[in-house]
Design a protein around this ligand. Sequence first.
Ligand code: 8NA
Ligand code: MG
Ligand code: MG
Ligand code: MG
Length: 347
Amino acid sequence: ETAVLANKFRGCMLGSLLGDCLGSPFEAESGPVAKTILQKYFDKMEDPTFKSPVKRYTDDTAMTKSVAASLAQHGAFNEKDMAKRFATEYFQEPRRGYGEAVTRVFRKWRESKMEDVWKPAREQFDGQGSAGNGSGMRIAPVGLFCYRDTDLLVETAAKVGKLTHTHRLGYHGGILQALAVQLCVVQDSKAVVDTKRFCDDLIEKMSKLEPKDEDELNSFEQEPKSYQIQLKLMQKLLQKKDVDNDEVVEVLGNNVLSIYSIPTAIYCYLRAQQPIEFIKTDNIFRRVIQYAISLGGDTDTIASMAGALAGAHLGADSINANILKHCEGVDMAVSLADELLDAVNSP
Ligand code: 8NA
Ligand code: MG
Ligand code: MG
Ligand code: MG
């Protein structure tokens, strides 16, 4: 049983890393990425004779690393330690492609010597707080660390999110992604995913968190948006045959906001359980990441979140070893996964 879990923890951390490394060369391309280019890109990555410079990870992984290391070392959420790790990581390597606004939080932490770790995030966007997907891109370790306790998972994901993202749609997005990771960890790696049940489960859990009041649901850019609404739209899309990329982007989105990328990542994971016409592979893990990148937009982050789910479900064994050789940080991701599992298992 420990071996099964170790495989899943490693798969999740590696999936998160690979989505980031492989997706970032396509980040912010205006439209969907050309399908034939992407097919060749992945075919080459799997070819043992193919040589290319290693693909560097970005902010998504830099922050995921801090979340995992902090939880593993303290055996619990520790706000000051985690904030310190985010800031240290950023000031050591500022050019990892961070979101524009979030670096202000890091600078304020440094200037105030962490006097109040929660305050800088509350001041983002004139007091609205950030609704960016930085909350979801780094949350996979929380889904792993808390996989046995949903209440603790929700509470921990909220706090990890609020260190930088206090907008409801920001940190709620992080909670949603952590809940999805949890579902993937507890799922049998050999069993076929029941996509309807997967969505229903997430809708039910989000309904306990999201406001019931219509006015509050309308507070973001005049659009009535909640994760429950997006998850229901996703469920409908999953029932349709051969939905094209434009429609997915139109309905679920592919940008840097949580609400327009975290449900999208979950959709990618669920959709790619079945063959996709323009993706030629039998490997479900590859299909999930390749499909996520094909949607364009915030490719590194959507592929990273989708990859975390695929890896937590299928395990590290399902990942082609040649692809791993092209990505920076593989050993680090494996060590962090093992440390997290040790922390989960220690009394
Ligand atoms: P963030 O908190 O700086 O938010 C990212 C962006 O979201 C901001 O720059 C805003 O454009 C927008 N945003 C967030 N909250 C609001 C709000 N309340 N009102 C209006 N706009 C808002 O950083 P983050 O950590 O959430 O960002 C994560 C993303 O940035 C990831 O995609 C990551 O890879 C990185 N990134 C993305 C791109 C890209 O073009 N897709 C490029 C570089 C870096
Ligand atoms: Mg990035
Ligand atoms: Mg990562
Ligand atoms: Mg990104």
